[in-house]
Design a protein around this ligand. Structure first.
Ligand SMILES: [Zn+2]
Length: 586
């Protein structure tokens, strides 16, 4: 039997093929660059080759649009094929046999469709309830008071969930199949140990949450009663994840394919709808969570600039600052637009109109300037020390990918806080590692955190992985990208990077992962040196954790919040322990 005729399993496919060869013959011939190859990126309007190919790793990555993956992912995206079609393409092009058992589709499309259909039906029911003003005019009155006409309400398929326990369950009457769908969508729920279901959304105005294609993924409900929780969302399901979905994306079709210069990110559903009403369709909101990496990757597909339009109160300012890291990680420029206090975009547009709003948007300032002012105020009020201000600043700007831009921010911070630039640079060099390798002409100046480095070592050298050290890593990092990736590594402990990337379901995580692999950083070849590097990075993460806890305790102790004597003793005791732990680590 010739090698070409043997039956391959899924993982072999990637090892018996060449991604460079496929790209060269089907797209454009790549040129040698550093240890890999470079080619024009087919996934964005590329003027000079931005896509890197690593033949050793069997991966591609574009540093501009963050497209990345293995051969299967390339063909799927490039030719817009389904998974089975992609396998067929590989089999034909490389003249290898792929057993039919590999052709199973990944997703349960049947269930997905059932869920969309069900949400659609329920949405129509909610709409009817809202429009039935004779029975209950309160929800309609509220929406009208916020400036929405009946046409706006119908056009956006807003709805109302009646103040009853069994509206949805009675829709399901005698349909067993439908109740299991309703249950998994979280539209109905039941108390533990009880048999009967009850409605999840009650006495709430309903905002359907749609994807770009217009399918309803979930609902958000705003109370019009006395419920303490103002907004609730459908629970997470096969089709809905808060970490990924942005509200308002379905209206991007109204831009008629024009790429907007920037995307507005606002706090509320009504803000999105009102901006749409005024002809501004480049606007999204998160579902009551901070912006995640997954959200940032969605935004990146639309534009390289965002304008955050959050409330001017403490909560609004705080949450807009939390968006800095994920957006910078995707190389997105961030501006901040603060409206007069008490006004959100919805009420501002109602009062002052579109032109004034756009004028303000054009004048919005860089978020990092605003962040520096914020730290300065905290410093003056003695809520933080100068070192803490510096730490916070560095943790935000380390993701700025444009080297000149980052330098500009550092200069500004140095001048404004009377700190020498050398000191700031030394903090960056001590806590993080700069990734730069001019010979490979990779357009990144990203600074690698200890979390990045550990993951990079684990991924690129399967022999550095053992469940004990991966579990140790998992135990000290916060939820999100690194934790999710570590779990995938644990389940595929011997797999190479090109196989690992195929197991990532999420496009944001995929982009982050691909970026990390292609960032040049010389991982030591010697196993013992790598083990030492990992240990060292773990120690740095632990020290940062201690620093954070100390900061929190000091804040509690210094604030004029009332705390009891017992609490104070406890806090001081915790602080003492932390200082000892810190000593042991340094
Ligand atoms: Zn690209």
């Amino acid at each position: 039997m010739s090698p070409n005729e043997q039956n391959l399993n899924k993982d072999d496919i990637l090892q018996k093929t060449s991604i460079k060869e496929y790209i060269d013959k089907n797209w454009s011939v790549s040129k040698k660059s550093g240890s890999g190859y470079k080619v024009l990126c087919p996934f964005h309007d590329d003027k000079s080759p931005s896509m890197h190919i690593s033949e050793d790793k069997g991966l591609y990555h574009c540093f501009v649009c963050k497209a990345g993956g293995n051969l299967v992912q390339f063909i799927k995206e490039f030719k817009n094929l389904t998974y089975p079609e992609t396998l067929e393409e590989i089999s034909n092009f490389f003249n290898i046999k792929i057993p039919k058992s590999n052709y199973k589709p990944n997703e349960d499309l049947g269930l997905q469709k059932k869920m969309y259909d069900f949400n659609n039906k329920v949405s129509q029911f909610f709409s009817r309830c809202l429009l039935d003003e004779e029975r209950n005019s309160k929800p309609m009155d509220y929406l009208k008071s916020r400036g929405f006409s009946r046409e706006d309400i119908e056009g956006n398929s807003l709805g109302f969930a009646p103040d009853s326990w069994d509206s949805i369950t009675s829709l399901l009457y005698k349909k067993k199949d439908a109740s299991s769908v309703a249950l998994s969508l979280g539209l109905i729920t039941k108390k533990e140990g009880q048999k009967s279901f009850y409605d999840f959304f009650r006495n709430r105005i309903i905002f359907p949450i749609k994807n770009r294609q217009g399918n309803i993924l979930a609902f958000a409900g705003r109370t019009i009663g006395k419920d303490k929780v103002k907004y609730i969302n459908s629970k997470e399901s096969e089709i809905f994840s808060k970490r990924r979905v942005l509200y308002g994306l379905n209206n991007f079709n109204k831009l008629n394919g024009k790429k907007p210069k920037y995307v507005f990110i606002v706090e509320g559903y009504t803000d999105v709808l009102m901006m749409n009403k005024y002809g501004l369709y480049n606007v999204v909101a998160t579902m009551g969570t901070s912006l995640t990496l997954e959200h940032a990757s969605e935004v990146k597909k639309i534009s390289n600039k965002v304008i955050l339009c959050y409330d001017s109160d403490t909560a609004g300012i705080d949450s807009s600052f939390k968006n800095i890291e994920p957006l910078y990680q995707f190389g997105i420029e961030i501006f901040s637009l603060r409206l007069d206090s008490g006004l959100d975009p919805c009420s501002y547009l109602e009062r002052h109109g579109r032109e004034k709003f756009i004028d303000l948007a054009k004048k919005s300032s860089s978020i990092i300037d605003e962040y520096m002012d914020y730290l300065k105020d905290k410093l003056i009020e003695k809520e933080i020390s100068i070192n803490e201000a510096l730490d916070s600043f560095v943790s935000k700007i380390r993701y700025v990918q444009d080297y000149i831009q980052r330098d500009k921010f550092i200069n500004k911070f140095a001048a404004s806080f009377s700190i020498s630039k050398v000191k700031i640079e030394s903090i960056i060099n001590k806590e993080f590692i700069r990734a730069d390798s001019p010979k490979q002409s990779i357009p990144t100046n990203r600074i690698l955190s200890p979390e990045d480095i550990i993951l990079k070592v684990f991924v690129e050298f399967p022999d550095s992985r053992d469940s004990k050290s991966i579990n140790k890593y998992i135990s000290i990092i916060s939820p999100g990208f690194y934790k999710e990736m570590s779990k995938i590594l644990l389940e595929n402990i011997e797999d190479e990077a090109s196989l690992i990337i195929g197991k990532i379901q999420d496009s944001g995580m995929n982009a982050m992962f691909s970026d990390l692999i292609f960032i040049p950083f010389d991982v030591p070849v010697e196993l013992s040196a790598r083990v030492k590097l990992i240990k060292d990075c773990i120690r740095k993460i632990e020290l940062n954790l201690i620093k954070d806890s100390k900061r929190l305790i000091n804040l509690k102790l210094s604030k004029d919040v009332q705390i009891s004597d017992e609490e104070e003793i406890e806090l001081l005791n915790d602080l003492k322990n932390l200082i000892e732990e810190e000593k042991a680590l340094t």
